[in-house]
Design a protein around this ligand. Structure first.
Ligand code: PGA
Length: 253
């Protein structure tokens, strides 16, 4: 099983800041067998990110895409545009997209199809809100999200997907899920995958996201069903992000 560490830079860093962070991460990320390092800068900087990361251990992801291949959708970016730049991964269905931009499971599913059709790896985000966890509904909520966005995929398509479990209450709040909470949910996701897609479930990387930082990364990555992390705030500083990459390289599985 490969381990992934992906930095989601969200709407941070200008042109110079993007270049400086890219260069520092590329310089510090030594190739480690079985560990994939991804960075997701903002749209305007993807082309230069692909160029700057060429020949390094770092790969470039987008943070979002539109579901249509082209058309009159002012301000949007299509999957073929990303593909033409050499972007190999794309985050889909992040809770901030769902919350602030009204993305529904249906649209997220359409984006998944567009990405898979183009051979770009979707990093599909799911996760419950605080009230849902407090009500004990977290497993049912995540199962419903998985069903709606992934339920119709073929096994071959599913084999291309990366899943990120990101409890909404942990994103940007400093409140990390405990290793036990993360492992319990990841085991639940793995069981759902096994039930719907069979043996391929064992090969699908399940990332944890939500206030992951160097202080907790090693413990989270040691969980048997946690195969890396989707990192927000801690991805904006090269040394901090590289410490998380280092923890992934030393995970026991
Ligand atoms: P955070 O964000 O690490 O800042 O909590 C994670 C994410 O939103 O992907």
């Amino acid at each position: 099983m490969r381990t992934l560490v992906a930095g989601n830079w969200k709407m941070h860093k200008d042109n110079a800041g993007t270049n400086a962070l890219l260069d520092a991460i590329c310089k510090g990320a030594a190739p480690a067998p079985g560990v994939e390092v991804l960075v997701a800068p903002a749209f305007p900087f993807l082309a230069q990110a692909v160029q700057r990361c060429k020949g390094t251990a770092v790969h470039v992801a987008a943070q979002n895409c539109h579901e249509a291949a082209q058309g009159a959708f002012t301000g949007e970016v299509s999957v073929p545009m990303l593909g033409s730049l050499g972007v190999g991964h794309c985050i889909v269905g992040h809770s901030e997209r769902r919350l602030y931009f009204g993305e529904t499971d249906r649209v997220v599913g359409q984006k998944m199809s567009a990405l898979l059709h183009a051979g770009i790896v979707p990093i599909y985000c799911c996760g419950e809100r605080k009230e849902e966890r407090l009500a004990g509904e977290h497993e049912a909520v995540v199962a419903r999200q998985l069903e709606e966005a992934l339920g119709a995929l073929t096994t071959e398509q599913m084999a291309q997907v990366v899943i990120a479990y990101e409890p909404v209450w942990a994103i940007g709040t400093g409140l990390t899920a405990t290793a036990q909470q993360a492992q319990e949910m990841h085991a639940h996701v793995r069981a759902w995958l096994q039930g719907n897609f069979g043996a391929v479930a064992r090969r699908i990387p399940l990332l944890y996201g939500g206030s992951c930082k160097p202080e907790n990364a090693a413990e989270l990555f040691a969980c048997p069903d946690v195969n890396g992390g989707l990192i927000g705030g801690a991805a904006l500083d090269a040394a901090t992000f590289l410490a998380i990459v280092h923890a992934a390289g030393h995970a026991p599985h």
